[in-house]
Design a protein around this ligand. Structure first.
Ligand SMILES: Cc1cc2nc3c(=O)[nH]c(=O)nc-3n(C[C@H](O)[C@H](O)[C@H](O)COP(=O)(O)OP(=O)(O)OC[C@H]3O[C@@H](n4cnc5c(N)ncnc54)[C@H](O)[C@@H]3O)c2cc1C
Length: 380
């Protein structure tokens, strides 16, 4: 089979790139080893960052600038007017909140009020606070942030549905490299370009290609899930540091709601056992939202790595990564929100390839959909 582009990995990076390449007239096929929707992508909090989280240190960092245009591009797609038609994707919330249990420093309040930030962060007056902040016990500050939160099952399900005709499940142990071609499950594929978009799986794929570069880093998280009669909440708790103390997103699960807890809690919790991490999460919620009734909730945790291009000091890269090594492309988007920008770079890297607009290599066996962490976990 001759192809313009062969993609490994069906998370957000692979699926978005596949759909953009198909729309540009390239013949493309995606190979996935497990399930469409990815590992990190389906387990992400679904926040389409515009960079405010990276400005909590009181200045617009390089990372904040790099990601600033992403919510607008996603909103166009969600409205059915963007590069992909995501009008069927469920948006959980059009905005998020930043909250501080007490006051915020004068410097941070001043920064939020600055010209650069005024359009991003809006203070919420006492009488207009939504639940769970609409109580007399809340004495802190609340800001509204215009960055959407998506239902990752709906997003990845829709990307998978749009792409499924060109996605195939395969057994990676059958992958062989030939001079000009790639062999999988006994079939010979002749791609002009190959994109490795397999998240943490890129490490093993790079070994197949005999490459030690680009290097990958894993930044582990220990996320917490609480399940029960909880109000919807999409918010970051401000801390003294530049990182949110806790980031809460809310997800429907039958009649109940799951609060998915990330932020510093998940970053610093990697050394804790699941039981210790749940204890810590309860302490944090009691400290931050003391009036909230936590009785009757069920709890679980998820250990998961963020896979990214390695940086000199192991910190988060500021932008998506695309490495170009002859006809081999290697990608890590760094954030779900960066998928459109990563796909731009993939399309640029295809510029030397004439789109053959070949007949679609229709897949007889599209991979299954990846499952959400709270659909799979065991609750305590
Ligand atoms: C807990 C958590 C929360 C996050 N929250 C957010 C957020 O709110 N907003 C945001 O912007 N970003 C967020 N991120 C980051 C974001 O999820 C990732 O940057 C992004 O999803 C990575 O996408 P990906 O396609 O590269 O990888 P993945 O989603 O991991 O997909 C890789 C795919 O490749 C497949 N694969 C592996 N090996 C092979 C192989 N040999 N051959 C073929 N396929 C293979 C895997 O099965 C998988 O389907 C979060 C990350 C985590 C872990």
């Amino acid at each position: 089979m001759s192809l313009d582009l062969l993609i490994f990995g069906g998370g957000v990076a692979g699926l978005w790139s596949l759909l953009r390449a198909r729309a540009a007239g390239y013949s493309a096929l995606l190979l996935e080893s497990r399930a469409l929707g990815g590992v990190q992508s389906i387990a992400s909090q679904g926040i389409i960052h515009g960079g405010t989280k990276y400005a909590l240190g009181g200045q617009l960092s390089e990372a904040a600038r790099a990601i600033a245009g992403m919510p607008e591009r996603w909103r166009a797609c969600l409205a059915g007017q963007g590069e992909l038609d995501l009008s069927r994707v469920r948006q959980l919330s059009s905005h998020q909140y930043l909250w501080s249990p007490g006051g915020v420093t004068a410097a941070l309040a001043g920064f939020f009020a600055s010209r650069a930030m005024r359009s991003r962060v809006e203070p919420v007056a006492a009488g207009e606070r939504p639940p769970p902040f609409d109580v007399a016990e809340f004495h802190g500050r609340l800001y509204r942030l215009d960055e959407p939160v998506l239902d990752t099952a709906s997003l990845l399900g829709e990307l998978g549905r749009l792409a499924s005709a060109w996605c195939r499940r395969y057994d990676p142990s059958t992958l062989r490299l030939r001079e000009e071609s790639v062999e999988v499950e006994g079939e010979t594929l002749r791609p002009e370009r190959i994109l490795l978009a397999a998240g943490a799986g890129n490490e093993a794929l790079l070994r197949v290609w005999g490459r030690s570069a680009p290097a990958m880093q894993r930044r582990p998280l220990h996320m917490v899930m609480a399940r029960g009669a909880l109000p919807p909440l999409y918010a970051h708790a401000l801390a003294a540091s530049s990182r949110p103390r806790i980031t809460v997103t809310s997800h429907p699960l039958g009649e109940e709601r799951v609060w998915y807890l990330g932020g510093d809690l998940a970053e610093k919790g990697v050394e804790r056992s699941p039981a210790e991490q749940i204890r810590r999460a309860r302490q944090e919620l009691r400290a931050l939202l003391p009036w909230l009734d936590l009785s009757g909730l069920r709890w679980a945790t998820l250990r998961i790595d963020r896979a990214e291009a390695a940086t000199a000091n192991g910190s988060r890269p500021d932008r998506p990564f695309l490495g170009i090594y002859g006809r081999l492309l290697v990608a890590w988007p760094t954030k779900l929100a960066f998928a459109p920008r990563l796909a731009d770079e993939v399309l640029e890297a295809l510029a030397g390839v004439r789109p053959t607009a070949a007949e679609a290599p229709v897949s007889a066996s599209p991979p299954p959909r990846a499952r959400l962490p709270w659909e799979e976990t065991r609750w305590s």
